[in-house]
Design a protein around this ligand. Structure first.
Ligand SMILES: O=C(O)c1ccc(O)c(O)c1
Ligand SMILES: [Mg+2]
Length: 606
């Protein structure tokens, strides 16, 4: 699959955009006219830069409001088109996108539109230019890709073909199956965009809310399946009009874009296999398949001064297993819950979650997959007598260690203390989930990253009101729930990196644990009295039980699967801990309690 991307997807100058696209690994780009018009570079300089960067210039776009017009308007449109053909010759671009007329068309007659496109095609042919006619979802007379194709068929000129854009097709709920009826050689170009389900006029939806494939609600895998079956083998190009991407760092957006295409190619390949497609012209590269993660191996907190984290863990019943042989790193455990406190090169650093270890079926395959999906490798030094661990960095900077579970505990434990696991009994059994906050502008990117690299499945996102604004929260989990990660939008007043994140531990007896913690001086996140009155009104709880909850600052929820008890510690630096008890198979996260937690933290942290 030849990958391409429209320059309109990115921020910066045209040169910045080209460099970012090349660095992210795209084969080519579509030049969006406005980017060229505002550039001080000559067309020849842009052509040379693209060549230097190894990028093909696949499309010049858009040419607007050409067809369905009166003869005098047509003459002017042809003059305008010819000027652009000359420009395209200087740029070395051979395909122009012509979108269906939205503004100046007065004649809703296919024969007229076709005849006019044919005349444009005749002129284009003299410059070696091909025209890719695209139905805009809000076109005056032409808004359906099958209609655009009928006009192209009527125009019957070798230089006139069609451009398919998944947004215009799927936003209007046109059936993409009909793509297979278009001869592949008449599909001159293909643009891909995803979008979230929104109810608004289609033009605003298209111009502001498009997202990369996999980040929205469209079924692009099925769309791609029809495209590949048609025999098309040209560029597959991302064309994403999105207000956020237009102001985000272009290098990062381009990587997010590339990741989405790599992932889509893999999914399409699997889909085609499953539906028995056989040989296709387009080759789709796949990735090492990795099973879902099997559990949390560890969570790591980095802290300049480890003392506050040590105290919290002790109060929660953890035991220190000792320090690492060669590094300023400590291991604290309680049954299957392992927390590493890392104070290497961390002078002055506030405590915060720095790494998560996951047990996966095949660590090397998982790391290779993540790297091919443009995760950043984490440079690590291992000594002769140490475990070699695979690690990649997520876009949010969290290091993800890909480990393999071993009976008797991970091998790396032997590098700590006296080398023998300290049996740490206690009601905490394991890490239940990890909650990572994301800067708002990178939320979709984070969801796509964790979904595509780790094989976690996103659950529907929820919005939690807080004194700092609405916090979007999305849980990603493995199907058996052994790995659960919640991604939260950090409210805008924070820069994301400094917004508290947390590790939640699973516990078999929360009340007993809370009592031990109180006795050891743990600072709980205080829960307001109003909450307990509301809880009683909602659930009609046994008064004695309600008193226990209230005295210990415990939160409670209940649904058809069971009951949920949990509490939060106070925040130190950028991290706090939660302890949860699922009775017996409650699957949620106490969503009704999330606003209470956020408001209490707002008050406590100022
Ligand atoms: O919004 C637009 O005008 C516009 C322009 C060119 C395209 O390819 C497109 O899909 C939309
Ligand atoms: Mg388009």
């Amino acid at each position: 699959m030849r990958t391409s991307i429209a320059t309109v997807c990115l921020s910066g100058t045209l040169e910045d955009k080209l460099r970012a696209c090349a660095a992210a690994g795209f084969d080519g780009v579509e030049i969006f006219e406005q980017d060229l018009v505002v550039s001080p570079s000559t067309p020849e300089q842009i052509r040379d830069l693209a060549q230097e960067l190894g990028l093909t210039l696949d499309l010049y776009q858009p040419f607007r409001d050409f067809e369905g017009v009166e003869e005098d308007v047509l003459a002017d449109n042809l003059r305008r088109a010819e000027a652009k053909f000359r420009l395209m010759n200087r740029l070395g671009i051979d395909t122009m996108l012509v979108c269906s007329n939205v503004a100046t068309a007065t004649i809703g007659d296919d024969a007229v539109a076709a005849a006019q496109l044919r005349r444009m095609g005749e002129t284009a042919a003299r410059y070696g230019v091909r025209l890719a006619y695209e139905a805009l979802a809000w076109g005056r007379y032409v808004s359906d890709f099958e209609h655009a194709w009928r006009i192209v068929e009527l125009a019957d000129h070798p230089n006139v073909g069609t451009c398919l854009d998944s947004f215009h097709i799927l936003s209007r709920r046109w059936n993409p199956e009909a793509i297979e009826k278009i001869p592949a050689e008449k599909i001159f170009f293909v643009q891909l965009a995803d979008a979230p389900e929104l109810s608004m006029d289609v033009l605003s939806w298209s111009r502001h809310y498009r997202v990369f494939p996999g980040e929205g609600a469209f079924d692009l895998v099925t769309f791609m399946g029809h495209l590949v079956r048609s025999g098309y083998n040209g560029p597959v190009s991302l064309e994403i009009f999105n207000d956020v991407f237009r102001q985000a760092a272009e290098e990062r957006t381009a990587v997010d874009a590339m990741r989405s295409l790599i992932r889509l190619a893999e999914q399409t390949s699997i889909h085609l296999q499953e539906t028995g497609a056989g040989e296709t012209a387009m080759e789709l590269s796949t990735l090492p398949g990795v099973g879902e993660p099997l559990g949390f191996n560890f969570a790591e907190v980095k802290a300049g001064d480890p003392e506050t984290i040590r105290t919290l863990l002790y109060q929660l019943g953890f035991t220190c297993q000792g320090t690492h042989r060669s590094k300023a790193v400590e291991l604290w455990t309680q049954n299957g819950a392992r927390v590493i406190i890392n104070s290497q090169n961390a002078r002055g650093l506030e405590p915060g979650i720095s790494a998560i270890g996951l047990d996966v079926p095949d660590a090397l395959a998982a790391a290779s997959r993540a790297l091919q999906l443009k995760a950043t490798a984490v440079p690590r030094r291992s000594q002769a007598n140490e475990e070699v661990l695979q690690a990649v960095a997520a876009p949010d900077g969290t290091e993800i260690f890909l480990c393999e579970a071993e009976s008797g505990g991970p091998g790396w434990i032997r590098e700590f203390g006296r080398g023998a696991p300290v049996p740490a009994a206690g009601p905490i059994t394991a890490v239940d989930h990890v909650n990572l906050s994301q800067p708002w502008q990178h939320f979709d990117e984070a969801v796509l990253f964790y979904e595509s690299t780790l094989g976690l499945t996103p659950r529907p996102s929820v919005e939690v009101p807080s004194p700092m604004g609405l916090v979007r929260s999305q849980v990603m989990r493995s199907s058996d729930g052994a790995v659960r990660m919640a991604l939260n939008i950090a409210p805008m007043v924070f820069d994301g990196s400094g917004y508290p994140q947390h590790v939640a531990f699973a516990c078999s007896d929360l009340v007993a644990l809370a009592r031990t913690a109180v006795a050891r001086g743990l600072q709980f996140l205080p829960v307001p009295g109003n909450y307990y009155e509301d809880l009683d009104a909602r659930f009609g709880l046994d008064p004695e039980f309600l008193t226990v909850l209230k005295d210990l600052n415990l939160l409670y929820d209940r649904d058809a699967d069971g009951e949920f008890l949990h509490f939060y510690t106070s925040t130190v630096g950028n991290v706090f801990f939660e302890v949860v008890e699922r009775r017996p198979s409650y699957e949620g996260y106490g969503a009704p309690n999330a606003p209470v937690r956020l408001a209490a933290q707002y008050l406590a942290n100022g």
